[in-house]
Design a protein around this ligand. Structure first.
Ligand code: CTP
Ligand code: CA
Length: 235
């Protein structure tokens, strides 16, 4: 299916997109990470830029092959980050200059309490116990500091047994985060992550289904941005 031509309907808008997955170091050579490829977030950045927006893309450990097209877009500024603390700092710095925030990054919920200065060795004494501490919720922080009229979009990838459970979990998360829109999708082993296709349900601030989108990550990104634009106009 061809990507619809750029319409310029987002021209003049500044959009902050976070994408990829944060990593938390264990020692100098190891980390705790997740399977997010960054493809959905990059697709949002590309779609927004092609519709005239100025995009800041906070890229958490995204493979260069996934970023290649975004690197060539004039309207996209890519800022690399790795840990959750780095993403948080960059997001707070960029948020004040954005009318729209799309938080597509998969953020590590926990980080390692004490990162080892040296590589952990088997000689040190068998399987180590790694203590974790909770990371701050970046999205909740951004919602707390929201500027007037700013539209904030969260993402939620859920492992669920049914569509009903997906919506129920999505609504609970939406209420917990206080976002304007939440894009929820079902994931499993090899579903949603690292794939070319996606299926999103977009919930509005009241928990109502504002849009459903299935197809390539670019197509779902376009539909998500349509919903964001409706939300901006409604304010
Ligand atoms: N998020 C965030 N900071 C965190 C964790 C999550 O900003 N420390 C954001 C994600 O970028 C995403 C949204 O919150 O946009 C939902 O992430 P998710 O992991 O689904 O939510 P959690 O609150 O971490 O709940 P769960 O226990 O289901 O992981
Ligand atoms: Ca989480």
């Amino acid at each position: 299916v061809p990507v619809p031509p750029a319409s310029g309907d987002l021209s003049g808008l500044r959009i902050l997109v976070t994408a990829g997955g944060t990593r938390e170091p264990i020692d100098p050579v190891r980390y705790i990470g997740n399977r997010s490829s960054g493809k959905q977030g990059v697709a949002v950045a590309l779609a927004a830029a092609d519709r005239g927006a100025k995009v800041v893309l906070l890229s958490a450990n995204i493979d260069e092959s996934v970023l290649a097209e975004a690197r060539r877009r004039e309207g996209i500024r890519i800022v690399p980050v790795s840990t959750t603390a780095e993403l948080e700092r960059a997001a707070i710095a960029a948020a004040t200059g954005a009318e729209v925030i799309v938080m597509a990054a998969a953020v590590a919920d926990y980080r390692v309490a004490e990162v080892s200065e040296a590589k952990i060795r088997k000689e040190d004494g068998g399987a180590p116990t790694i203590s974790l501490v909770e990371n701050p919720d970046i999205l909740v922080g951004l919602v707390d500091e929201r500027r007037p009229g700013q539209v904030i979009v969260g993402f939620a990838a859920e492992t669920v047994e049914s569509e009903e459970e997906l919506l129920e979990r999505g609504r609970r998360k939406l209420a917990r985060k206080g976002v304007d829109l939440l894009a929820v999708n079902a994931v499993g082993w090899g579903e949603g992550f690292e794939t070319e296709e996606n299926a999103l349900v977009v919930l509005d601030g009241d928990g109502q289904v504002a849009a459903r989108a299935a197809g390539s990550k670019r197509e779902t990104a376009e539909r998500l941005l349509d919903t964001v634009l409706q939300d901006l106009h409604a304010i």
